[in-house]
Unconditional design. Structure first.
Length: 368
């Protein structure tokens, strides 16, 4: 029995050290791909970059967890290959829009295996992003949806409703040790800053961010991320390594982490900010919902957003420290890789125990 796991595999530059580092990086620069080469069939043991950002962190942690329990082969989600699936195997992975990629080919085939399962971030505020996944959801035995409570509660009103009963919600995770607590004090009221880390993309609700932050003149407002400029925000960098030293510098000027996404499953940047000790203000559509330590923002009520951010601006420092400490505990105790991986394992266990007979999913060993 083997698990065939397809997710975003870290590029060679994340996995190359020692005398082979330069040759591997040159190979990658030349456009060479390694396919299902042994180094990442075995749980991506060669990954050296820390902290490793999502989605690569998901691939590394889950492949390592699985490989410690069952033989596991790892594929990049964009690879155009046909895995050698046997009737006793399980296929698990992130769908790609290209019909020639590994999960698409497996799910559209008819040869039997124990189960085919999906795992990917689920949000449905902008349906055009993910409608291609619906036929695969219909064919899946189980779907592990990486998403916050808001998206799970509203799944029945979305294009994912066809698979509602088979969707298992999985909260995102980070390694808290890689994101040390750095925000332990706050600037005086009237001088506190607001920080956003993330791209300028439609699902990130940047128009909401811009309209809200343009009303917050007189306060520091910083942004790290790629994309067009965000009116009302000062771009600090397009990309930067978020080392503890760098984040300590951010924590001296900025006091709150803000996210106004309109369709975002469970962004790790919010978890990272929580681990660092920042109070967070975000929309439910950011994936974090009905949490007493998070200030709720709106995708439409700009005036309400301004009031909420001003409430934080003038909150007692002791209260802000309490919020930061509570957020840190949540990351340490709940948003962990052990919980993430164990949830997936529990969802796969019925298929690990079952006979291959009677399962319709699968992939031919040839001509997939």
């Amino acid at each position: 029995m083997t698990v065939h796991f397809a997710y975003a595999v870290p590029p060679l530059r994340y996995r190359s050290t020692g005398i082979w580092a330069k040759p591997r990086r040159l190979a990658e620069k030349a456009g060479m791909r390694l396919g299902v080469e042994p180094s990442y069939r075995r749980g991506l043991s060669e990954v050296h970059v820390r902290p490793l950002r999502a989605p690569f962190s998901i691939t590394c942690h889950l492949s390592r967890f699985l490989s410690q329990r069952i033989p596991t082969l790892v594929y990049d989600w964009g690879e155009r290959v046909c895995p050698p699936v046997e009737p006793d195997d399980i296929v698990l992975g992130h769908p790609h829009s290209d019909p020639a990629t590994v999960i698409q080919r497996v799910f559209r085939s008819e040869v039997k295996c124990r189960a085919k399962a999906l795992i990917f971030p689920i949000h449905h505020g902008i349906p055009s992003i993910s409608t291609f996944v619906v036929p695969l959801v219909e064919r899946a035995a189980v779907v592990f949806g990486i998403m916050g409570q808001f998206w799970h509660e509203t799944i029945g009103n979305s294009h994912y409703a066809v698979g509602k009963e088979k969707i298992v919600r999985v909260d995102m995770a980070v390694d808290a040790e890689e994101y040390p607590l750095v925000k332990t004090s706050f600037n005086p009221p009237g001088q506190r800053g607001y920080l956003y880390i993330g791209a300028n993309r439609p699902e990130k609700g940047i128009e909401v961010m811009s309209r809200t932050m343009s009303r917050m003149q007189g306060f520091p407002r910083g942004w790290i991320g790629r994309g067009e400029e965000i009116p009302g925000m000062q771009r600090l960098a397009e990309h930067v390594d978020l080392t503890p030293e760098f984040v300590r510098g951010l924590a001296q000027r900025y006091d709150f982490f803000v996210n106004t996404s309109v369709s975002d499953a469970n962004p790790t940047t919010i978890l990272e900010a929580m681990a660092w000790g920042f109070p967070v203000a975000c929309t439910p559509e950011s994936g974090y919902h009905k949490m007493p330590t998070i200030m709720t923002l709106s995708t439409s009520d700009i005036e309400g957003n301004v009031r909420a951010l001003l409430e934080l601006q003038h909150a007692p420092e002791e209260r802000l420290r309490e919020i930061g400490a509570a957020n840190r505990r949540l990351v340490e105790e709940h948003y962990t890789w052990e919980r993430f991986c164990s949830t997936v394992w529990a969802g796969l266990e019925p298929y690990l125990e079952a006979s291959a007979a009677g399962h319709e999913s699968g992939c031919p060993q040839h001509g997939c």
